[in-house]
Write a protein of this length. Structure first.
Length: 197
C-alpha cells in the first residue's frame, strides 16, 4: 500500500510539474511556441539526458528529440542497450521552442532551470549526460567548450555529469560519432560502478 501511495504521489508531482511548465510565462519563448515540451522516458531511470530545446517537430508533437537528431539519439542509445522507454529519461535545457530553432539565451536557460532541477530531483538518475554546449552550460553553470568538457567526469551536486556532442552536430559531423560512442561507453561504466556500489 505504501508503494502504491508513493507511485500516486509521484504521478501527482509529475502532473503538477507538467501543468506549471505549460502555464509558465517566465520568458518570452511561451509566446511563440505551440506547446511546452517537458520530457520523456523512464521517470526512474539511471540515465538522464539533457538537450538544448525543442525544435519544430518537438514543438508539434510535445516530445523531446523526435526529429532527425532524435532518431540518431535513439540509435546511439540502442547501441548500449537502452531505449527512451526504459533506463533513460530525456529532457531539455528549455521547455519551449526558441523561434527558428535558435540557441536559447542564457536568460531563457536560467528562467527554465528550476524545472530541470525539479526533473533531476524527481528522477534521481545516477548519471547526467549533457548533449552539446548549451546543455553543458546549463548543468555545469559555466561556459565550457565540448572539447574541453568531454572525457572528464563533472559534477552536478553529487551527481556525475558527462558531456558529449549533440546528435544534431553529429548529423553534420559524422566523423565525430566514434567519439560520442566512446562517451556512451564511459557512461555505461559509470552507471555500472554506481549500481554496484
Ligand atoms: N534538439 C534538442 O536539443 N532537443 C530536442 O528535443 C530536439 C532537438
Amino acid at each position: 500500500v505504501a508503494r502504491r501511495h508513493e507511485a500516486a504521489d509521484a504521478a501527482d508531482d509529475w502532473a503538477a510539474l507538467a501543468r506549471e511548465v505549460a502555464e509558465c510565462r517566465a520568458c518570452k519563448l511561451c509566446e511563440t511556441r505551440k506547446q511546452a515540451v517537458l520530457g520523456v522516458g523512464d521517470t526512474q531511470a539511471s540515465w538522464m539526458l539533457v538537450g538544448e530545446g525543442p525544435g519544430a517537430e518537438e514543438d508539434e508533437r510535445g516530445e523531446p528529440f523526435v526529429g532527425q537528431a532524435g532518431k540518431l539519439l535513439d540509435a546511439m542509445l540502442g547501441s548500449v542497450g537502452l531505449t527512451r522507454g526504459k533506463g533513460v529519461y530525456i529532457a531539455n535545457s528549455v521547455k519551449c521552442r526558441p523561434p527558428g530553432n535558435r540557441t536559447p539565451t542564457e536568460e531563457e536557460i536560467l528562467a527554465c532551470r528550476p524545472f530541470l532541477e525539479r526533473q533531476i530531483r524527481m528522477v534521481q538518475p545516477h548519471l547526467l549526460i549533457a548533449l552539446g554546449r548549451p546543455a553543458a552550460q546549463t548543468l555545469l553553470g559555466q561556459e565550457i567548450s565540448i572539447s574541453a568538457a568531454r572525457g572528464r567526469t563533472h559534477r552536478y551536486g553529487e551527481l556525475p555529469v558527462l558531456v558529449t556532442y549533440h546528435p544534431a552536430y553529429l548529423l553534420r559531423t559524422p566523423q565525430d560519432k566514434a567519439k560520442a560512442w566512446e562517451d556512451l561507453c564511459r557512461a555505461t561504466d559509470l552507471v555500472a560502478a554506481f549500481d554496484k556500489a
